[in-house]
Design a protein around this ligand. Structure first.
Ligand code: BG6
Length: 491
């Protein structure tokens, strides 16, 4: 079934044979097609440097889909329909020659042109200029760009300026794929549709917040990119700060893109600055050494393929920060993210304050606070940890913590949880921007991260080692323990 609500587009995909396209974008587009959410005449033009013909390109995409899409959703008729949408153009992105073929592909087309730049940010500017010079764009053309935009504030400004010379902000879609995740979207519903939480969401009721984004994977053949970035630029500057913004922002006056983004920017501006003093105390950088994950030995960061053995790039960061405003004054936000952790886990834990007066068994005092656990992945769901009386005649008034649990997979068993890229691509097609990051958000996030980058460079201290398969350097546990707290551990 073809849905009539998604407009047709022409999608020009730069980096059409790259990892992101093969791993994420074609599977997402295929699923949209299968669910009837691609416009009937939508076409996709793959662009890359490789000298292959259209047939070989279509075969490569088909192979990628067979590898990435679950067999039960790989439907033969739909696969054929999807593959038939694909065309290929060999192109050297850096020079304008050859771009006229894109204009030719577009001749007579009345649907909007969407450019997807699945390539390094350093060439965004060249591509935008060449597209413009070749007359391939019109007043409706949109551009989708991936993070990280730059490696600091200055480089991100240069990249944003170059894109901005060709596209107005209203037609630039900056992806942070965490914003497309189902549970991340649910944060907005949870906070602003439920007075139960809305009224408790401040420093009077919340003692602290934890955000953990742990990955089992290491560098996965991306040394060249990762070693220049590190975990701060790769994950904190974008994904973790976006999560923090959604947790900390004030209610927007409506769900319009700018209403939401204005509130997020206010949070970024209110983040406590880093100084040399609190940097040493409140931030821990780590780098994994060899270890074992799920019983399998894995190499250390410096032994990965292509590694520079002197590298001091961090693969783990833990930090304590604050949002300095009326809502959050004095509430620490503990953030941590790392590669080669024992499991893949993205989770936010909101710790509520203790009751003002406690009347139960003094031995159980530590139990006595509610926690809201928002699990982004795996097993997306939300759990509210509450205390109830332990059952049985012999227990007196013993308390027992237990979850009120909403597991999305079992609560909504019929609905497949879509990948973040499906939602994001659909929003681009519909021309809706609220799940995309505005230029000022990117820049305020860089301003804050630059303090860390510069502070680390000035201190010149190597990252702390942690064995692959552990939860990071011991110092990251000490950092939170000093405050009389611990990382939530119910994995
Ligand atoms: C990407 C990072 O943005 O997010 C990767 O560049 C990381 O290094 C990935 O592995 C994690 O995404 P997800 O959706 O698997 O949590």
């Amino acid at each position: 079934m073809i849905h009539d609500t998604t407009p047709d587009i022409d999608l020009a995909l730069f980096g059409a044979l790259g990892d992101l396209a093969l791993r994420k974008l074609y599977p997402a587009l295929y699923h949209l097609d299968r669910d009837g959410l691609l416009g009937e005449s939508t076409r996709i033009l793959g662009l890359a440097r490789q000298d292959i013909d259209g047939e070989t390109f279509r075969q490569r995409v088909q192979q990628a889909l067979k590898k990435r899409v679950k067999a039960e959703t790989l439907d033969k008729a739909c696969l054929e329909r999807f593959i038939a949408r694909l065309e290929y153009l060999k192109l050297d992105f850096a020079t304008v020659e050859g771009y006229d073929a894109i204009a030719k592909w577009r001749e007579g087309a009345e649907r909007p042109m969407t450019i997807y730049l699945a390539v390094p940010a350093s060439i965004y500017g060249d591509i935008c200029r060449n597209l413009n010079a070749s007359g391939s764009l019109d007043d409706e053309s949109r551009v989708v760009v991936e993070k990280p935009i730059g490696y600091d504030l200055a480089s991100s400004q240069a990249i944003n300026d170059a894109i901005g010379e060709v596209f107005p902000e209203s037609r630039i879609y900056r992806i942070d794929h965490y914003l497309g995740k189902e549970t991340v979207q649910n944060l907005i519903a949870l906070r602003f549709a439920n007075p139960l939480f809305g009224n408790q969401w401040n420093q009077n009721q919340i003692s602290h917040v934890e955000i953990t984004v742990a990955e089992q994977v290491g560098i996965e053949g991306r040394w060249g990119y990762f070693d220049k970035a590190g975990q701060l630029r790769d994950m904190v500057q974008n994904h973790l700060l976006q999560l923090l913004c959604l947790i900390a922002m004030d209610p927007p006056s409506n769900l319009d893109a700018d209403a939401i983004r204005d509130e997020k920017v206010k949070v970024l501006k209110a983040l406590k600055p880093f100084t040399q003093e609190n940097l040493g105390r409140d931030v821990v950088r780590g780098q994994y050494i060899a270890g074992s994950i799920d019983g399998t030995s894995v190499p250390g960061y410096l032994e990965e393929e292509g590694a520079n053995t002197d590298s001091r790039t961090e693969t783990f960061v833990a930090m304590k920060t604050e949002v300095s405003n009326w809502r959050w004054a004095g509430v620490p936000f503990y953030l941590r993210t790392g590669k080669r952790m024992p499991e893949k886990l993205s989770q936010i834990v909101i710790h509520f304050r203790q009751q003002p007066h406690y009347i139960f068994d003094p031995d159980q005092r530590d139990l006595a606070a509610n926690k809201l656990i928002i699990r982004l992945q795996p097993e997306e769901g939300i759990a509210l940890q509450v205390l109830t009386k332990d059952g049985g005649l012999d227990k007196g008034m013993r308390l027992r913590p237990g979850p009120l649990h909403l597991d999305f997979n079992s609560a909504f068993p019929k609905s497949r949880i879509p990948d973040a890229y499906e939602r994001l691509l659909l929003e681009v097609m519909k021309g809706q921007q609220y799940l995309f990051v505005r230029r000022d958000e990117v820049e305020y996030a860089w301003r804050w991260c630059d303090q860390l980058i510069e502070g680390w460079a000035a201190r010149d201290v190597p990252p702390r080692r942690y064995p692959a398969g552990s939860w990071g350097p011991v110092a990251s546990i000490a950092m939170i323990t000093k405050d009389g707290r611990s990382w939530y551990e119910d994995y």
